[in-house]
Unconditional design. Structure first.
Length: 220
């Protein structure tokens, strides 16, 4: 009888602990995959959706040193990163060579608020906010137009209708020049892709590497 009561007490104890943990929440920064529209920069999520480890095959990875962000928005769905995804990041290495390993990776960027205000007048400025993008290329600043056109056409060639490449590259040259003006002290710019109109229209942009808050290593 005493053994049965003891076992029952253990079961009840575990049940109580499970209920407490289930109700606990943690605050996670949000990374916008799409327009911010004045939304909050953090969100509360159940503690159970914020695990301390990540299982990758037979490996169990300790996530204690990783940044965590909740993806909000659908603009990266065509690339496999959808609304509600939790991503785990590490800072960009200070090694300049690692910058050129970014193409094909998802990154989390801090909003450049001054640039955002200038390019989106009248919209709320995301305070302490983040956005998610996928890196397409890393370009040197100060490229001549012919160099830029060659490099960008190669980077987007497998994503863009061949009849529209010249048109898209011409549009991106204007964006690149503006970005070089914002970041004249930088040696490189990150070229990223996102999607508009429910994933039917690709849109590219250029960012300073110093606004990279983290490089996505895992997602769940």
């Amino acid at each position: 009888m005493k053994i049965a009561i003891f076992i029952l007490s253990i079961i009840i104890g575990f049940a109580v602990i499970w209920m407490i943990l289930r109700r606990r929440t943690v605050v996670i920064p949000v990374a916008d995959a799409g327009a911010n529209e004045g939304n909050a920069s953090v969100v509360e999520v159940p503690a159970t959706s914020n695990p301390p480890v990540y299982t990758l095959g037979d490996k169990v990875i300790n996530l204690s040193g990783y940044g965590r962000y909740l993806i909000r928005g659908h603009s990266l769905r065509p690339e496999g990163l959808d609304n509600g995804t939790m991503v785990y990041t590490l800072p960009l290495s200070a090694n300049a060579e690692d910058l050129h390993l970014l193409p094909g990776r998802f990154i989390i960027l801090r909003y450049h608020t001054e640039r955002y205000a200038a390019e989106h007048p009248g919209l709320p400025i995301p305070a302490n906010g983040f956005k998610a993008r996928k890196v397409i290329a890393v370009l040197s600043t100060g490229l001549k137009k012919s160099e830029f056109e060659q490099k960008v056409a190669k980077s987007i060639g497998n994503q863009t209708d061949s009849n529209r490449i010249d048109e898209v590259v011409a549009h991106l040259w204007d964006k690149y020049e503006r970005a070089c003006g914002y970041y004249s002290e930088e040696k490189h710019l990150i070229m990223s892709v996102t999607y508009r109109n429910e994933g039917t229209l690709r849109d590219y942009s250029f960012h300073s590497p110093r606004y990279i808050s983290g490089v996505v290593k895992f997602k769940s």
